[in-house]
Design a binder for this molecule. Structure first.
Ligand code: ADP
Length: 161
């Protein structure tokens, strides 16, 4: 049976760290669903359609990767798709508290769904979408942190604001 995992997140925008994690996940799971959350409460910089398009572009040609949008609870979405594994990334100790809380909350909501943590390459362990947005706002060169089409989109989006 093909092992399927869901990698949920806001991906606002997708970074080289996310891409590194998706690749690692494909080494373990037969299929990885990258689930882009609407995350309206987080007031994302990019629309859901833009975030979805950027993740699709970043994972084009990667075998076993599917990209979808979702809204609401991750565990509900996992159940709907008959998936029992959620993937999350752990960069630093600072991620741990939030991720630990969320994993245990999700376990309480759905005992049959397990969260698996993957570590990115140390090259990406300090990267976050938030930091990249801040740096880009201040005019920094973010070309080593995100794919070139994301960098372009960031420039366009920040000009609009
Ligand atoms: P969320 O809003 O759900 O935290 P993010 O898009 O910020 O969504 O992150 C999704 C997941 O990817 C989280 O588990 C986060 O820890 C992980 N992640 C984010 N950036 C990186 C990175 N540079 N390397 C590895 N994992 C990362």
């Amino acid at each position: 049976m093909k092992q399927i995992a869901i990698y949920p997140g806001s991906f606002d925008p997708v970074t080289n760290g996310h891409i590194d994690l998706i690749k690692r996940a494909t080494f373990i799971f037969g299929e990885v669903i990258v689930a882009v959350a609407r995350s309206a409460h987080k007031q994302p910089l990019f629309s859901l359609a833009d975030r979805l398009a950027m993740v699709k572009n970043a994972t084009r040609g990667m075998k076993g990767v599917r990209v979808e949008a979702f809204d609401g609870l991750v565990v509900e979405y996992a159940r709907e798709n008959k998936v029992r594994t959620i993937i999350r990334g752990l960069r630093m100790i600072s991620d741990f508290e939030y991720e630990f809380q969320m994993a245990l909350t999700n376990r309480r909501l759905a005992e049959d769904i397990e969260t698996v943590f993957l570590m990115p390459s140390e090259r990406y362990s300090y990267l976050s979408s938030k930091l990249i947005k801040e740096a880009a706002t201040l005019g920094a060169d973010v070309s080593s942190f995100v794919p070139s089409f994301v960098e372009k989109k960031l420039k366009e989006q920040l000009k609009l604001k």
